[in-house]
Write a protein that binds this ligand. Structure first.
Ligand code: NAP
Length: 525
């Protein structure tokens, strides 16, 4: 077998090959080797200095509208190469086309949204945060809060499950803010990220060095993080804890945004009995969330909360849908769900299921009689598994063990108060969804759950065709969650710009405070 190509890194405005053999990327279905990555031997000091000192000022010389225009050009570049991205996703992530779309088209949609939002900020270079407030009785001395782009670098350390969207959902806001980006994708699926960066670099749409990529080990990256740099991390809570302890944050006070794992729930309200439209919507959504991207979505439903009296009906209806999920090689058009990202991930999923089975029963296991289409047992293919725990309050692990695969637990509750409490046993999650036949019945639980969830997604029959999906992250809506979910905030329209800016209270004579508004625009709320 020939040695696969080494993917180069792009740093300090140049392509550079890492030293040594590097790490090999493989096809999770066929086991074929695809590419290698290495970050050994890179001059990281030069990489950060170039981004910070050369690319940053060039980017910030552009207005918001001009940077938004660059985002539109990135969109055009990615659209032109879309077929190649689908092929890479199939090979390296094992995803069927509809799942690749979540990552690839989701990224393009997010970038286009930020291009439009950015254009609305016009030719400004400064954001204003609120009106001027007098500090003297006669109004001669006043304060106005201004937001200026941080004069550093945005380092992204990303998870394996979104090699495309994971880069662009962050880069859209950073580049629009005028902050250069260095991305370190997760090693196992770095190919797609690397290829997209290569295409954007080749298209020459950004000031040189505004977008860098380092594939392979993250060693040494945080050591270069200075006080005005920001780090955005997406991955497991365990890695996040290691990162947070780094002197970059504990001593140099760089800011870090963490998007970590999460025990998201979907809540069927008592009125949504079997036979009603909301019950069917709930069942469809749970099954869909379990199987999209083989459940490797940070927002996927991990706990499906149902009134005890509907437990059995929900179990059989969800199982019936899951049984229709054909699993196997994503190249076969009869396959609805591809594979997990790697054999290692499959082992982790199996371990997680065993942990949950210590307290939950198995309601459905598609692996029992699984025949994978065009794939064998050695592949990373894995069929859906639905577990169940009637007495939700008695559980521990179902509320704190995230199994990052096509796995969820049906959890019984006695009344809505208990359901809310159970959802909050996740200690802070990215998203909770509510299902009822009555929109207004969801008001109280929506508000009760909002303090522990980055997003509350409510569905009734009137939005059957228009709702955006429990797990779909819309750029207009906040993404992130308190507590266990990492405490981060991304997206949410122009709110995302905040992370890439420094807020300062500019105090002075009223004339100066008034003059600050030239070349500035109020950050829309
Ligand atoms: P992970 O193992 O924590 O890795 C995430 C990233 O951190 C990878 O790029 C990894 O690089 C890097 N990394 C690992 N150890 C590091 C260290 N000591 N210093 C610096 N970087 C380090 O997570 P994963 O397995 O890729 O992703 C799955 C997890 O991500 C799940 O728990 C999921 O819930 C979470 N996730 C959350 C969101 C969200 O938006 N909230 C989105 C997607 C995924 P290597 O790949 O080179 O090891």
């Amino acid at each position: 077998m020939s040695t696969p190509a080494l993917l180069e890194n792009y740093v300090a405005g140049q392509w550079v090959a890492g030293r040594g053999e590097g790490t090999t990327l493989t096809d999770p279905v066929t086991g074929e080797t695809l590419a290698r990555v290495s970050s050994d031997g890179l001059d990281l000091d030069a990489a950060f200095a170039f981004a910070r000192d050369t690319a940053g000022p060039a980017l910030r010389a552009l207005s918001f509208a001009e940077r938004a225009q660059r985002l539109s050009q990135i969109v055009a570049t990615l659209q032109a190469n879309r077929d190649d991205y689908y092929a890479i996703a199939t090979a390296n992530s094992g995803t069927v086309a509809t799942d690749s779309a979540v990552d690839i088209d989701g990224a393009i949609y997010t970038l286009s949204t930020y291009a439009k939002l950015g254009a609305s900020l016009g030719e400004a270079h400064t954001l204003l945060d609120g009106a001027a407030t007098p500090l003297a009785k006669d109004g001669s001395f006043a304060v106005r809060h201004v937001l200026r782009p941080t004069p550093g670098v945005a380092l992204f350390i990303n998870a394996f499950n979104f090699p495309s969207w994971g880069l662009w959902e962050k880069a859209a806001a950073a580049l629009l803010a005028g902050v250069p980006v260095i991305v370190k994708p997760a090693t196992s699926t770095a190919w797609l990220t690397q290829r997209m960066v290569a295409d954007v670099v080749a298209a020459d749409v950004l000031p040189r060095g505004s977008l860098s990529i380092i594939c392979g080990s993250a060693a040494g990256l945080l050591d270069r993080i200075g006080p005005f740099d920001v780090v955005s991390f997406t991955g497991s809570a365990a890695t996040a804890a290691t990162l947070r302890a780094h002197p970059a944050f504990t001593e140099r006070s760089a800011r870090i945004n963490v998007e970590a794992d999460s025990l998201n729930s979907a809540l069927l309200l008592p009125d949504a009995a079997p036979g009603t439209a909301a019950f069917d919507q709930f069942v469809r959504e749970v099954a869909r969330e379990m199987t999209v991207k083989s459940g490797q979505k940070c927002t996927a439903i991990r706990r499906a909360l149902v009134p005890l009296e509907h437990f059995d009906a929900a179990a059989s209806a969800i199982a019936e849908r899951l049984a229709k999920t054909t699993v196997g090689n994503p190249r076969n058009e009869n396959v609805r769900m591809g594979s997990l990202v790697s054999a290692a991930q499959k082992r982790t999923v199996l371990e997680g299921i065993a942990e949950l089975q210590a307290e939950a029963q198995t309601l459905y296991d598609g692996n029992r009689e699984a025949t994978f289409i065009d794939a064998d047992a050695q592949s990373a293919c894995f069929a859906p598994v639905l577990l169940g725990l009637r007495d939700g309050a008695s559980g521990q692990r179902v509320h704190d063990t995230e199994v990052f695969g096509p796995v969820a637990t049906l959890v019984g509750y006695r009344d809505v108060g208990e359901a809310v409490a159970l959802a909050k046993r996740g200690q802070g999650s990215l998203v909770v969804s509510l299902f009822s036949n009555d929109a207004l019945a969801m008001r109280a639980p929506a508000l009760a759950l909002a303090d522990a969830h980055g997003r509350v997604h409510a569905v009734d029959p009137s939005v059957a065709k228009t709702q955006t999906g429990h797990g779909n992250v819309m750029p207009q809506s906040l993404h992130g969650g308190p507590g266990r979910a990492g405490g981060g905030e991304e997206l949410g329209g122009l709110r995302a710009l905040r992370f890439y800016h420094v807020r300062s209270a500019a105090q002075g004579p009223a004339a100066l405070v008034e003059a600050l508004t030239a070349d500035a625009v109020e950050l829309p709320k």
